[in-house]
Design a protein around this ligand. Structure first.
Ligand SMILES: [Zn+2]
Length: 446
């Protein structure tokens, strides 16, 4: 544990969902099983989309144990989009009457038109419960003052505002990308905690490193979310050192719950916080065979709603590749912990070996302050295999763009650590683009 969050205990706080978060694995399974015994017949009766898919897969009974969930087909983002298109605006997977839909978020629609996420009153409450466990785990408690850069909508991250309200902390909302107001809020002592993407926190650290980071003395904690990065040591350490804070991270999946995993101040990976409401499986990303959730296992996380009313999903392939870090922690939680390694879609293959761009960030980050910490892989074809040298663009502060020694050193470090040859291009800050909010780790440039 680092920084001033050390010693921040939550033992007696009524917000802590102690029973769910410290129960044995057997008790967690029994809790999930009991919920699934109601959820499965509910799906068969109310989801036109899933009941059809289950029957097609040969499952016709109204009863199916949680252990047998592996008999059900996976759902992809494209499947859920198809369900929407079948009966817009809510789709053939709407299991509640439209009048009971009380909140609607939209997805970013990376492929095609935006999609919608409908919530009933119960679903809204469930998201708040899971989100409260998640953010409470990170160390945000009622005495915290939290500046958040998450917009109220259209995306699900907006639900975080209801979570902060439930925790009872002070909330200081700022629009995404409004750097001046973020800096004002943090320097003037309005907040001691910042919620942002790791890209933004890194951007802030780079910006303040050159000026006077010390004037942010009130800020002790940054919680990152929205993309991986807060868990990459080179990125995390830099933010912690420059800003004098503890960095913990959260992760959510729009179709499942906006915050589902939260890392406690012991910084050993993100605790699963959806117990009783979401069932998680781990599968091999290539063969899709089930894997055991145990320390050291690396696979793709698959999610099933156990209690969702309006738009429940089953065996959703979230595309996040994660490493299981274990399931005991000094904080007392017994829920499994994960660190996300990358997105399945960002993965590429070099000479038969799977590579995630986050591994490149970890290597590049070591070259700070000669680099800013941002980098991306340039894909010249749609092919998942890349023949080395792998083209990589590395962002550098003005003045380092022509540094051929730096270029050679990074190429050599990538070769030594990741065992493939890279062709590094140093790109000055002004030309790298997408300043601050979220960084795309791969870019297609045929
Ligand atoms: Zn913990």
């Amino acid at each position: 544990m680092t920084g001033r969050l050390a010693g921040d205990t939550c033992d007696r706080d009524p917000i802590w969902d102690r029973e769910v978060e410290t129960e044995t694995h057997e008790a967690a399974f029994a809790r999930a099983s009991a919920a699934w015994q109601k959820q499965f017949p509910y799906l068969m009766q109310h989801s036109g989309f899933y009941s059809r898919r289950f029957r097609e897969a040969g499952v016709t009974s109204d009863r199916l144990s949680l252990k047998d969930i592996v008999q059900l087909p996976f759902s992809t983002k494209a499947d859920l989009k198809q369900a929407i298109d079948e009966a817009p605006p809510f789709g053939s997977n709407l299991c509640a009457p439209p009048a009971q839909v009380k909140r609607v978020y939209q997805t970013s629609g990376t492929t095609g038109a935006p999609s919608v996420l409908a919530l009933s009153r119960t679903d809204i409450e469930t998201w708040t419960v899971i989100g409260t466990r998640t953010y409470f785990a990170t160390g945000i408690h009622d005495h915290s003052s939290v500046l958040t850069t998450f917009g109220a909508g259209p995306f699900v991250a907006g639900h975080t505002h209801f979570v902060l309200s439930r925790i009872g902390c002070r909330s200081v909302p700022v629009a995404p990308g409004d750097t001046d107001r973020v800096i004002f809020g943090l320097r003037s002592g309005l907040a001691d905690t910042l919620l942002s993407t790791p890209s933004f926190a890194q951007y802030l650290a780079n910006k303040l490193e050159k000026t006077d980071a010390k004037r942010m003395d009130e800020v002790t904690h940054i919680v990152t979310g929205g993309e991986p990065g807060g868990g990459i040591p080179a990125i995390r350490n830099h933010i912690q050192q420059v800003l004098g804070v503890t960095v913990t991270e959260v992760m959510g999946i729009g179709d499942i719950a906006p915050s589902l995993f939260g890392e406690c101040p012991h910084q050993q990976g993100m605790h699963f916080c959806g117990g009783g409401h979401v069932w998680v499986e781990l599968i091999d990303p290539d063969s899709r065979e089930p894997m055991t959730i145990e320390a050291g296992a690396v696979g793709e996380l698959v999610y099933t709603h156990l209690t969702r009313e309006a738009m429940p999903v089953v065996r959703f392939l979230g595309a996040d590749i994660a490493r299981i870090e274990g399931s005991t922690c000094e904080c007392g939680r017994t829920t499994f912990r994960v660190r996300v390694i990358g997105r399945r879609d960002d993965m590429f293959i070099v000479r038969g070996v799977n590579v995630y761009p986050s591994a490149i960030l970890a290597v590049v980050g070591e070259f700070r302050p000669r680099v800013t910490g941002r980098a991306r892989v340039v894909r010249k074809t749609a092919d998942v295999s890349i023949t080395p040298p792998v083209p990589i663009e590395v962002e550098v502060p003005a003045g380092h763009a022509g540094d051929s020694r730096l270029q050679a050193e990074i190429e050599e470090a990538i070769h030594r650590t990741l065992i493939f040859r890279a062709k590094v291009d140093l790109v000055p800050e002004q030309s790298f683009g997408e300043s601050g909010y979220k960084t795309r780790l791969t870019v297609n440039r045929p």
